[in-house]
Design a protein around this ligand. Structure first.
Ligand code: CP
Length: 332
């Protein structure tokens, strides 16, 4: 694997989940694989889980880790070509990425969207340039439009918590009994957030649905439809109550409008997930990528209940990251 930007970089979801679960069962199985190899984790935005889980994954594989927080510690980056750099930016991504590539065997990059210009954000120009100029395998630590390490973790968690058997001969997961119903529901928030997590989750869940693993539904208020390229083939509704009926897994997430790009169209508190809403579900497990604003996005009574699996979900970030880094190290 030379890059991990999306679900399209994974040849087999079943094998990827198997690898992640194997990493969880035996974290140090491949501790020699990354000996004398260096991963550089480059952040243009804050992070707790992605930073620490990817670092832990790399350490489990015997790698050394260098972390660069560009906004506080690096030179201000210029990403556009042909700019006369007589303003605030001090270093072009051509040199910065190339230099980081000299120091590292694998690089990770986190860069959020500006939420002002959809075309610019959705072009993922920064990620493509970074990969091109660094010349090393690159793993997305969350881009403008996707968060693949999170979505891989989410799928792994659903398989782990659901009732599946793995058919070795076919290299496939098969649900035992009824396929789990997985619902992605919008929830209110006070700030305009990227669409990266829901875009990415939808992309991975649509693939899982095509494999016959789950039934997938997206619920959001009017004006919050995600980009077609991420949701094509998904069942969507503006009726959250209807979506939650019989749900086995509920993935709660706020996002800003794609249609009215980056805008907050609603802060309707009736979309917050409460215990009352869980009564109509199949004793659903509640997921969120974190960080989560309590009693805005999800009620505290839910987060503090047996329904919430957000900590186990965050814990699984290590194993998804380790599976990706392991593949990159093996296929170099
Ligand atoms: N879920 C997630 O990516 O968390 P961080 O932003 O803290 O890394």
């Amino acid at each position: 694997m030379k890059q991990f930007f999306s679900v399209h970089d994974i040849p087999s979801l079943a094998e990827a989940v198997q690898t992640a679960l194997a990493c969880k069962a035996n974290p140090f199985q491949e501790e020699q694989l990354g000996k004398h190899k260096v991963i550089g984790l480059v952040f243009l935005n804050p992070s707790l889980r992605t930073r620490m889980s990817t670092q832990k994954a790399a350490l489990n594989l015997g790698m050394d880790v260098m972390i660069m927080n560009m906004t506080s510690d690096g030179w201000a980056l210029e990403t556009k070509d042909g700019v006369v750099m007589d303003g605030d930016t001090a270093e072009h991504i051509k040199e910065a990425a190339a230099v980081m590539g000299e120091y590292c065997d694998i690089l990770g990059l986190r860069s959020f969207p500006n939420l002002k210009n959809a075309e610019e954000d959705y072009s993922e120009e920064l990620f493509h340039k970074f990969a091109q100029y660094c010349g090393k395998p690159v793993v997305s630590l969350e881009s403008a439009t996707r968060h693949p390490l999170q979505s891989f973790t989410d799928l792994m968690t659903i398989i782990e918590k659901g009732n599946y058997t793995y058919e070795q001969s076919k290299k496939e997961y098969v649900p035992q009994g009824k396929k789990p119903k997985v619902v992605l529901t919008w929830a209110p928030h006070v700030k305009a957030l990227p669409q990266a997590v829901p875009n990415s989750f939808a992309e991975w869940m649509i693939k899982a649905e095509q494999l016959g693993w789950i039934d997938f539904v997206i619920a959001h208020p009017e004006g919050y439809a995600l980009a077609e390229e991420f949701t094509s083939g998904a069942t969507t509704t503006t009726d959250q109550k209807e979506a939650l009926e019989g749900a086995d897994f509920i993935y709660v997430k706020n996002w800003s409008s794609y249609e009215h790009y980056g805008e907050i169209l609603s802060t309707d508190p009736s979309w917050m997930l409460t215990l009352e809403k869980l009564k109509e579900t199949n004793n659903a497990k509640v997921m969120h990528c974190l960080p989560v604003r309590r009693d805005v996005v999800i009620a505290s009574e839910v987060l503090d209940s047996e329904h919430a699996i957000v900590i186990e979900q965050a814990s699984n970030r290590v194993w998804a990251a380790q599976a990706v880094l392991q593949e990159m190290l093996k296929n170099k």
